[in-house]
Ligand binder design. Structure first.
Ligand code: SAM
Length: 280
């Protein structure tokens, strides 16, 4: 696709609005509209769907989401300089783009999304990508307000999200995501696709919520995974000592005390979290 819409090329937008990328804001822009369309399409059929986008920047992905038919896009952007650039997109798609100038870590996205099907599609700023993801998957309310997350991460983070027991990348993030979601890497994106190019390859990850994840108090799961993976190569009887009687906890969860965090599947951590919740 050479022409997504009749808006000016993104390089023009960046120049006119003085949007020189800032490292402090994790700004690596996507200027290739074929690629932004591919990411938008990873969001599935968007007709009738509200899409929340974190960090629209100059609006390349925003434009693709609107062109792909999203009912409404709610774009949350911290950089004031981008707001005027996005006003041009708002004018092109009247009533379909809400721009919220704020820090995405502090806003109530469920309230912004409103009623009806909602999804998150974003080329995330790498410096806040993991806390945002944890906020989405470790929320108190489940099923969540979104039915899919389509997110760009550094490849190394993407691998930590989809890792399985025994993988080097298996840890707290894989357990939290695997407990609540089906997660997979949709495709990789090389550094040259971004302006400026980052040092590493990126990946688009798709997460879909499990409707009935194993019941378990989320805070306890966070606590046991933190303790267990804090010393990932030690036996659990050692790494869980900070939680009190590690032997009793492991026995209540039906897990051998000599096993290590890196080999325990999600179900094992859920059992540990439930055992802890019952003990404290
Ligand atoms: N979506 C654009 C694209 O694909 O070209 C820009 C993506 S860039 C990787 C990340 C964007 O997130 C930037 O526009 C940046 O200003 C914005 N951003 C950084 N930190 C943010 C935060 N805490 N809340 C909201 N937006 C943020």
């Amino acid at each position: 696709m050479s022409q997504l819409d009749d808006l000016p090329p993104l390089r023009d937008v960046i120049r006119r609005h003085d949007l020189a990328p800032k490292k402090s804001l994790g700004q690596n822009f996507l200027l290739d509209l074929n690629l932004t369309s591919r990411i938008a399409r990873a969001g599935g059929r968007l007709e009738g769907v509200t899409v929340v986008e974190v960090g629209p920047g100059p609006g390349g992905l925003t434009r693709a989401l609107l062109a792909e038919g999203a009912k409404r896009v709610v774009a949350i952007e911290k950089d004031t300089r981008a707001i005027a650039a996005l006003a041009e997109v708002q004018a092109r798609y009247p009533g379909r783009l809400d721009v919220v100038e704020d820090d995405a870590l502090g806003v109530d996205m469920a309230a912004l999304a409103g009623d009806g099907p909602a999804r998150v599609v974003a080329n995330l700023p790498y410096n806040v990508a993991t806390p945002l993801l944890i906020g989405w998957v470790a929320a108190d309310r489940w099923p969540p307000w979104w039915d899919r997350l389509v997110l760009m991460f550094q490849r190394e983070v993407a691998e930590r999200i989809v890792a399985q027991p025994g993988d080097d990348a298996y840890g707290r993030l894989a357990v939290l995501c695997g407990w609540r979601c089906e997660a997979k890497i949709a495709f990789d994106v090389g550094p040259q696709a971004f302006t400026p190019p980052p040092k590493v390859t990126s990946s688009v990850v798709r997460l879909e919520p499990r409707q009935s994840p194993l019941p378990c108090p989320v805070r306890d799961l966070e606590i046991v995974t933190q303790a267990a993976f804090g010393q990932r190569r030690k036996m659990l009887r050692q790494s869980l000592k900070s939680l009190g009687d590690a032997a009793a906890l492991l026995s209540a969860a039906g897990i051998e005390a000599t096993r290590r965090a890196e080999e325990i599947p999600v179900e094992g951590f859920v059992a540990l979290a439930r055992a802890r919740a019952a003990m404290v």
